[in-house]
Structures are given as structure tokens and as C-alpha cells.
Design a protein around this ligand. Structure first.
Ligand code: DX5
Ligand code: ZN
Length: 219
């Protein structure tokens, strides 16, 4: 499986509708929406009003990556705004199981993300309930960083572990993904690729196409 999830954090917000239409038309599989609270990560991005607006102009799967402290507080609002899937950070939840269960109860897909320093063992209580595990390949907070290559090993470990426990979550990676490394990361076992800079800088249609060619998929 290969899915590309362009991150709108790297879009030109003055042309957001147009650029979302371009990634959709180019055949990207999901839209990655990075929400930052200035507390869990140093940066602040955007919140529900933006998601509500773009929901009206796009049918893509909205993959909402919450980089916020105690995301359980806002899960329902993000679902109402139009999220199809919500990914929270294990490090940001005082009760991860309760948070995952709450998101599932709203009827959307649920993912858990871990930062580069966080071991996959923190997923133990929830791993059989998840639709997705997001391995951060940079420290969350900013687009345009360089992929931390040690994280590729973590993807391999997670893929092995998933098989061992017969879990069904997909493996997503986020941060510094581009044409130069997408194939290696795919071979390590990642299936869903977030890319901000590498999609939105330059020609969006060509960039999406180049990603598909780099991993050898037709659609
Ligand atoms: C980082 C965000 C990423 C980021 C990816 O905190 O979660 O989604 O926007 O951007 P690039 O692809 O530019 O590293
Ligand atoms: Zn993200």
C-alpha cells in the first residue's frame, strides 16, 4: 500500500482552496492537516474554522494530526469540523487509552503518533485498537526539516512488531519525506506518507506524480 498525504502546513494559505483542489486532482490519497497549539509544540498553526471551511470544498479523507496537549478536550469539535481521522500524540495524553476510545466513539479513524525519541512500547495498551500509527521522522513543530534517519529503523521495528501481534494499523511517516527518501522509507514498511514541502513547493501536480513514480505505483 502507498498513500500520499500532502500536509497543508506547507500550502500558500492565500490559495488554500485552489491548492487542495490541485492535490486532489493529482491523485493524492488523503489531506494531512497539522494542528499545533503552541504548547505541545512551539508553533501555532490553525484550528477548527479552517477545517470547516476546507471541508466544504474537498471530499478527500481529512487526516487531522493533533499536536496539542490533552487532545481529548477537542476531539468532538474536530470531528464536527470535518475530520475523517484523528491522530493524537502519545506524549500529549495523560490517559492514552481513554483518548483513543473517545475518538473511536465519534466514529472516525484513530491514530497515535510518537516523536523520534519515544519508543514504540508506549503503544502497548492501545495498539490493537488503532487504525494508524504515525512515526514522526522529525521533531514535530515545523515543516521543512530534514528526516532523522534513525527513525527508519523504528519503522522497521514497528512493521515487525505489528506482524507479531497481528495488529491491523497502517504505518504513517511524517517529516522530511521527499523524493530522495520515500522509496527507502516505503521499503522499511511505511505505507502512508505525509509530505508538505515536497508537494507544495513548485508544481503540485508534477510533485504528486513524481512521488508515485518514485515508489512505482500507478494511482
Ligand atoms: C511537522 C508536521 C508535518 C510537516 C511536514 O510537525 O507534522 O506534517 O508539516 O512537512 P515537511 O514535509 O515539509 O517536513
Ligand atoms: Zn503532521
Amino acid at each position: 500500500m502507498f498513500k500520499l498525504a500532502p500536509s497543508i502546513l506547507a500550502a500558500d494559505f492565500a490559495k488554500l482552496g485552489e491548492q487542495i483542489a490541485a492535490v486532489e486532482q493529482a491523485g493524492a490519497h488523503e489531506l494531512h492537516i497539522d494542528v499545533m497549539d503552541g504548547l505541545f509544540v512551539p508553533s501555532i498553526s490553525f484550528g477548527m474554522p479552517v477545517i470547516e471551511s476546507i471541508r466544504k470544498v474537498s471530499n478527500m479523507f481529512f487526516d487531522v494530526h493533533l499536536m496539542i496537549t490533552e487532545p481529548i478536550r477537542y476531539a468532538e469539535e474536530f470531528v464536527k469540523a470535518g475530520a475523517d481521522g484523528i491522530t493524537v500524540h502519545a506524549e500529549a495524553c495523560s490517559d492514552l487509552k481513554k483518548t483513543v476510545d473517545a475518538i473511536k466513539a465519534y466514529g472516525v479513524k484513530v491514530g497515535v503518533s510518537i516523536k523520534p525519541e519515544t519508543p514504540i512500547s508506549v503503544l502497548a495498551d492501545v495498539e490493537l485498537d488503532l487504525d494508524r500509527v504515525l512515526i514522526m521522522t522529525v521533531n514535530p513543530g515545523f515543516g521543512g526539516q530534514k528526516l532523522i534517519s534513525e527513525c527508519i529503523e523504528k519503522v522497521k521495528d514497528l512493521a515487525k512488531h505489528r506482524e507479531k501481534i497481528s495488529a491491523t494499523f497502517d504505518i504513517q511517516v511524517d517529516g522530511g519525506i521527499g523524493l530522495a527518501n520515500v522509496k527507502t522509507v516505503a521499503e522499511a514498511g511505511a505505507e502512508v506518507f505525509v509530505a508538505g514541502t515536497a508537494v507544495f513547493r513548485g508544481d503540485i501536480m508534477q510533485n504528486v506524480q513524481a512521488f508515485k513514480e518514485a515508489v512505482g505505483v500507478a494511482d
